[in-house]
Each structure stands twice: as structure tokens, then as C-alpha cells.
Write a protein that binds this ligand. Sequence first.
Ligand code: BGC
Length: 765
Amino acid sequence: MIKKSLITLSLITGCFFAPIKNATAQTTSDSKMNAKVDEILAEMTIEEKIGQLNLLNPGGGVATGAVVSDNVQQKIKDGEVGGLFGVAGPDKIRIAQDYAVNDTRLGIPLLIGSDVIHGYKTTFPIPLGTSASWDLEMIKKTAQIAAQEATADGINWNFSPMVDIARDPRWGRIAEGAGEDPYLGSQIAKAMVEGYQGDDLTKENTMIATVKHFALYGASEAGRDYNTTDMSRVKMFNEYLPPYKAAIDAGAASVMSSFNDVDGVPATGNKWLLTDLLRDRWGFDGFVTSDYTSLNEMIAHGMGDLQDVSALALKAGLDMDMVGEGFLKTLKKSLDEGKVTEEEITTAARRILEAKYKLGLFEDPYKYLDENRPEKDILSEESRAFSRKVAAHSFVLLKKDARVLPLQKNAKIALVGPLANNKNNMLGTWAPTGDPQLSIPVLEGIKNVAPKAKISYAQGANITDDKQFAENINVFGPRAEISETSPEKMLEEALKVAKKSDVIVAVVGEASEMSGEAASRTNLLIPESQKKMIRELAKLGKPMALVLMSGRPLNISEESELNVDILQVWHPGVEAGNAIADVIFGDYNPSGKITASWPRNVGQVPVYYSMKRTGRPGEAEGFEKFKSEFLDVDNSPLYPFGYGLSYTDFEYSDIKASSEDLTMDGTITLSATITNTGEHDGEEVVQLYIHDKVRSITPPMKQLIGFEKMMLKKGESKTVTFEVSADDLKFYNSSLEHVAEAGEFEFFIAGSSDNEFKNTFTLKE
Ligand code: BGC
């Protein structure tokens, strides 16, 4: 059967210089908002305006810095607070909102923020995992469910999506984003904003999305968190900025500035970034918050004292100060001394009031505080079932040559490994609103899905034997506990259960807090305690599958040499064990594709598919002197971007263009036939890559410009077509103009970035 599917590329075609909105787009609701906000501003004292710029965290939740706000109650009553975060539940938030509404002179309600990064109580896989599904509708729905649940608990402003491009797996926060590619990252950014905000922010189940961390946070040097970033404008515009812009074009109503500096000025006080680029060129009309105390941290960056950095940030375009209270403590003084203007303060206050208006808080400050909603809207059976589905779709089959998976449901299985019967690590990093105790461990999931399987379980190893390392990752509670049983004894138990079983499933990898914020690693190996167990089990020569959990690409060069199957499952969320069982027993055939390349070793980092060729390309295997290569390892990653296997096999053929030429105002159709040649039905993520052979700035070797996920039954063929126009071939030239240049383009359509170009077309003047 030949089924034709058509997708039209909607690349990030908007020019970085053209404001998105024009004057005629002003709607009646805009003018109503302006009238309301003008009316309030006219009543406000300068202190009340400054109060709106202050965002506090009363504590009790996760504090990601050294400071937690004090005396919050009194500050709200004194009109010194514009918003809170780190509080949840209609009852608690009602108390805070009451102070704001009833005890302040003007009764302005509070914004209530939260970090809902991958689900609220229904935790989904970590974002890096979800991105591996390449399923935009599914990703959007995760954001909708997150909004449904968070708003039921009183939240109206979310600190997500994180859209930072990350090409350095040493950086722990790679877990929170969509990986290395600007095109895929942009599509996902858009889907998430649409999911959180819906088409109407006044609805009670939508919330403001925050694009973070603006900008370039993922490029911190050496992957060390909060570290300096420095890059050319051309690289920024082509490779790092597109996802932020895509989120803003999708209507994100707020932006969070990042901790790092950009061109030598911390993002939080960077006028080029927060005003020239964000507002003047991109037309952003929402509000900008700092990150957690990132305003005060400009003191440590070397930008002056609290008064200096607060004035700098306000003038740069920052509207809200998270936890730092620099605005609160110094702006009045700066105004009196002529260091800032009243207009600058009013502009920032206006933006905060506009956000409150957009949410409908002036009409009803209590609209998110319906006590009946949490019970009804949070952690429903449907949402949990959906989380299970998303998790299964996020898993990536990295290796299948041992052909151990899928398992028979009546198999005699040795289930081993420190993550095999564990709840504390299933949710993954940055899941402060989730409850690890509600998560399904792998052992339980297997029993649910395959009640007839004969399972013997042994922990086999600690996550790590290193006490100091364990302590460093246990800051939010026990994630890597060191057992009282000796490592030798644990290994002995694992070998014992393995010997009496037909197949070994080892669930290994990183604890959840080995990735995430302030969780950078210089060593990307599975911890040695577990590597040792894997080696010893492999020596038994029994069929063996590794179920690998991590928040980042790891260096698994050693394990990839073993005769085992490897299924990468990230940190899968609240339904972890059920989803893993669905996939290892073949109820769902894995279809995920990695969105950040996996290095052969840490010395290769950064390694990403869209690297430039250099003048001395070193693309072949093996070493050649005077080429851009390493003496000891090939340039290619162990597993490239876009890679992921299936229990079935797919073959690509007939990769062609509808014509040899494309005109500047025309379109061309690029197509391929995909056939499921294996023994299972399965889904495939079909990817389109181009290479601009000659252009005015050096091109990347490959560039993703389209993809489509499709289901193919066993034996089925489908033709996929991509309609491409000159817009899809655009890049930022050295004058930062968004242009497509005439010339020849190579392309291929495949199931991974690691493929040869198959055909060409020419873009004509
Ligand atoms: C993180 C942000 C987060 C904020 C508030 C910071 O440390 O960088 O991503 O939104 O804390 O919790």
C-alpha cells in the first residue's frame, strides 16, 4: 500500500529584524487593557510601582539559590510584592492573594509562578526525553495537561519552556531542554508555549509561559553551570537564538533572563539582548523576569554594587527581579539620584500589570483558586495513562544486535541494577511539584504488564560507591543511597539471580540529580560501581538488555561493545515502570530518536551533527595526518543526532526532488519512500537534511529542515513528501540579514543525521 503524506515546512522564516506586530494589529482588547492599566498606574505611587517588580519565594519549595525571601506576608501587605512562586494549593494561595487584594491600598492581585518543567503532579519524562519522541502534538498535550493541573493548584505563570540549545552533555541542564538542534528546538518551543497558554490566557486552565533562559545559557563554557558564554553573533543568530524567537512568535507572554553573560554583559543587565533584540527587533511585548537572584549576581560578575546593577538591569529592559530585592531596595534611591527615570519604572510596572490583565486577574483575583479543582484535575487516570504513553514514545533503542528485546511475557527474567526497584529517581530532575512516591518502579511495571513472567530481582550495585559524590547528588533527598550490604555481596546476589534466569535486564545509569541544575559532570560514564556489575553479568554470556536511565547523553563506548541490547529511557516520569515494561515486552515498539549526540568520550565534546567541515575535513574513519581529527578517536559521535532503532527495520528508497531547480518564489517537493522491512509494526521519524554547498558564510555539514513521524505496518511502504521553498533555506549572513543564497543544495531523507547525501537541487536567482 502506498500512502502519500504531505507536510509543508514552516521553518523559522521570520526575519530577526522585523517586529512581529504592527500598529494595525491593536485589538479592542488591547485598548481595553491599556485603559485599565493606565487607570491603575495613574493611582500608583512610585513605591507601589516598584513593588510590582518584586518577585518573592517564601520558601518551603525548592530554592535554587542561597537566598529565600523573608517577611513575605508583611511585604505583600505593604504593596512591595508583584508575584510569588514556590507556593501551591488554592488554600495557601488564597491567603496570599487576600493580603494583596484586601490589605493593600490598590488591591492589585499577585502573579503566582512555578517551575512546571515536565508536568505538574502527573510527571512526564524529562524534556530531553520527551523531545526524543519528535511528536509535537504529544509534546503540546504534555504542556496542556501541566497547565490544567498547575492552574487547578492556583498557579498562573509557568517558568517553562527551557529552550536553550545544548551541545555539551557535561552541562546537567541539557536534561531540561530539547537538545542540540535549532530547527527541532524551535518546533518544540512553539508546541510548549501553545500547550501552556492555549489560545486564551483568560481561561482558568491556561497559564503564562516563560521562555528561558534568555540567552545562550546552554553554551556555558565547559558545561559548568552558570559559567561564562561567548559566541559570535552569526553563531547566535543561526544556531542558538531560533528557539527563543519561535517561542516568542508563538506568543509567550514572559521571558526569563539567564545567569550567564552575553558579549561581556550579564544577560540580566544586557540592553542589547533585552531591548534591542527582544523588543525592538522581535517585537516582544510581554515582561522579562530575572532568574533566581541573577540581578544581585551581577555584583559577583563585576558590574558594581546592588544599586548599580539594579539600575543597569532596569535600563536594560528587565521588569521583574526574582528573589533578589535589588529593585525594591534601590530603585527609589536611584530615581532620586537621577540614575533611572520614573518612565523606566512605570514601563516595567506597566508590563507586570498587563500580564495580570491578560490573565483576567483584575476581573477575578481568585479565578485559579477553586478548591474543587485539584481533586478533579490533578493526576487523573487519563493523565497518568498519557504520561505512560509519552514515556514509551521517548525511549530510544540504541543497540539491538543481541536481539534480546522484545521479551516474552512468560520469560524467566533476572531484573538487576540500582534503578530496577527504585521510586526516588523515576521523575527526573526539576520535578519539584511531582511526588516520587507516586511513581512506578520498573519491577512493579513488569509485574503489571507481564504477570506471568518469572522475575528474580537483585539490586546488584549502588548507583555510586563514592560517598562524597552521593552526598553531592542527595541535596533534595535520597537519590543515591549507599547500601549497608557490601558491593561484593550485592554483585554476588545479582550473579546468582542471573545464573538461574533465561535473560538479564539490568536497569542502570544516573540518579535523577546527577543531571539538572548545578549538576555538571566532567565524566560522562555510567558510575564505576554499575559498570563493574554490567561487566560481570555480561561475562555470563546470557541474553542481556541494558535499560539505561540518564538525564544526558552518556559515554557508553564500553557498554556498546558488549553483546547486549540497550534501551535508553531517560528519567521517564511517574509511570516509569509501566512504560518501560510496555516497551521491553513489545506492547509498544520504540520509536524515539536522540536529540543530542552521544560522544565516544568526553574529550570529543562538543560533538554535534551540524558541525562545520573546516578546511581539512576529517570525516573518514581512522586517522589521517594534517586533517582536523583526533589521534585516538574518530570525529563522529558514538550515536548521532536523530538516531534511534526500532524492533523492526526501515528502508529508504527513491529519494528525489520534483525538479532540478527551485526559484526564489517557488517550491520544490523532496520525497522518499519508506518501507517497513522487518517483523513488527512500527513508527519512524523521517528526517530531511540539507547541505548548502557554497554560501557567503561557511555552512554546517548538515542541517535538519523537516521531519515527519509516521506509522508503518509490517511490510508497508509510504511516500513522504516535503514541500520546500527558499524560506526554508535561509540563514543569517555576516550582516545578520536572513537570506537564501542561490546555488546547489544536497539533501537526504533518512532515519538519522548519519547518512550520505543522496540528491541535489539548485536554488536559482
Ligand atoms: C533556575 C530557573 C528557575 C528558577 C526558579 C533558577 O535557579 O535557573 O530555571 O525557573 O530557579 O525556580
